[in-house]
Design a protein around this ligand. Sequence first.
Ligand code: FES
Length: 137
Amino acid sequence: MEYSEKVIDHFMNPRNVGEIEDADGVGTVGNEKCGDIMRFYIRVEDGVITDARFKTFGCGAAVATSSIATEMVRGKTLQEAVRISNKAVMDALDGLPAAKAHCSCLAEEALHAALRDYAQKTGIVIDGLKAPEEHKH
Ligand code: FES
């Protein structure tokens, strides 16, 4: 099983680790099978995600996917962010071993959970936002 250089880099030097105090959206998700947990925080200003941070209790690929996901959503509009799929996260890392694909699903789910939290708090509708059970991978 081979990891790309990008996966190793984001695992060894994860970007944007931590919390956002009074975040506009927070989402926590877990995978029952492996027990890994991911929490995603977003700051939203004028419809744009200006900050994203994460805390992940999980495997190396879960750390790497959440790290790169925070980089991918920063500066994006809500509509752009909601379209970031687990596949896009995997591509940005130059791929993941097949057995680790579910780790990127966790990143997509955590992002959607944070967006859902934001949408619920503000009443803003984000087209394409998935419900928890809609993340089928
Ligand atoms: Fe489950 Fe990586 S092993 S998220």
